[in-house]
Design a protein around this ligand. Structure first.
Ligand code: MTE
Ligand code: MO
Length: 324
């Protein structure tokens, strides 16, 4: 690392989320005077190889390799302010702007996730251990809510298939079922008798194995905040947002299709698949277009939220109208 300070052009200024990622990485390799020079030097250092799951050791993961100011379609990221102040998290409130304040006291550390059901290696994992077991990557994804608004979010996390490989699903396992924490002392929304708590969601096993499906532990280079589903939540970018279940405490491999909270509440409106599809409308509104938070004009909704190339094979031969 050179101590000389070269001139830095505007194009080299690091976007905030990348800056934060690198800063987190630097924390693990010793205390250094933090400046743009040191940051860019360290960004080109060889990545620390991640430990195999069986011998997880306390090494800091490599800095996320992604990092851009837009998604792959060229659309800008939503701001940290937008992403952390406009949230659906019904355990706290149905008022999106009230969630951040109400969720502040969610006790997110320590936190363990129990992984079991039809697996060879069931286990209880501390979230801090999961973050050491797997490379933490940055994934910039569109999040499309079934309510027809959307955001572009730079998540941090690791592919779900990496955890599934560790627990080894048995041959009878066909679905993955997820469950959110049930904490009535801190979650006022649980008093609503309309929903069958805890919040549950599910994926078909082959969907769960797709590399786009991640368990996310942060965004914009920082640890996840409670309102976004701290300390660990699912992100399935080709499906409506409600599939991306927050604050997960339990993951089970199961033989039968799980019933999600939303299927139990209104199965005619919210199906198991919930793939983003501009041609299949919600019974009460169109899904052909959406409002990107921060924009005024509506934009066209894309098939599978723009991830058709990566996920269409999962639904070959399926009637997407019947399997909504
Ligand atoms: N446990 C739980 N997970 C949840 C929800 C919820 O109410 N409870 N809302 C879902 C919905 S409808 C959306 S759109 C996304 C919103 O995620 P965000 O607030 O991080 O943008 O979280 C999903 N995950
Ligand atoms: Mo949503």
């Amino acid at each position: 690392m050179s101590s000389k300070i070269p001139k830095i052009s505007a194009s080299e200024i690091t976007p905030e989320h990348i800056y934060l990622n690198r800063r987190k990485f630097m924390k693990g390799i010793g205390s250094l005077a933090l400046g743009t020079v040191a940051l860019s030097a360290c960004a080109s250092m060889p990545a620390v190889p991640s430990a195999p799951a069986s011998e997880a050791v306390a090494v800091e993961g490599p800095p996320p390799v992604a990092g851009a100011e837009t998604d792959e379609l060229g659309d800008p990221l939503n701001t940290f302010e937008e992403i952390t102040n406009y949230n659906n998290y019904y355990e706290f409130s149905v008022d999106k702007q009230a969630v951040a304040g109400l969720a502040r006291d969610l006790p997110v550390s320590p936190w363990s996730v129990t992984v079991g059901g039809l697996v060879n290696n069931p286990g209880v994992y501390d979230v801090d251990d999961l973050k050491r077991m797997f490379d933490i990557e940055e994934r910039i994804y569109r999040l499309r809510c079934v309510e027809a608004w959307s955001m572009v979010i730079p998540w941090l996390g690791f592919p779900l298939h990496k955890l599934l490989a560790v627990v080894e699903p048995q041959s009878e396992a066909r679905y993955v079922r997820f469950e959110t924490a049930y904490l009535p002392e801190v979650m006022p929304g649980l008093r609503s008798r309309f929903y069958e708590w805890p919040y549950t969601e599910g994926l078909r096993l082959d969907e769960a194995m797709n590399d786009l499906a991640i368990l996310s532990t942060g965004l914009y280079g920082k640890d996840m905040l409670p309102q976004n589903g701290a300390p660990i939540r699912l992100v399935v970018p080709w499906k409506y947002g409600f599939k991306s279940i927050k604050s997960i405490v339990k993951i089970d491999l199961v033989a039968e299709q799980p019933t999600s909270l939303w299927m139990a509440a209104a199965g005619n409106e919210y199906g198991f698949y919930a793939n983003v599809n501009p041609e299949v409308n919600h019974p009460r509104w169109s899904q052909a277009s959406e409002r990107r938070i921060g924009e005024s004009a509506r934009r066209a909704t894309l098939m599978f939220n723009g991830y058709e190339e990566q996920v269409a094979y999962l639904y070959e031969g399926m009637d997407l109208r019947a399997n909504y």
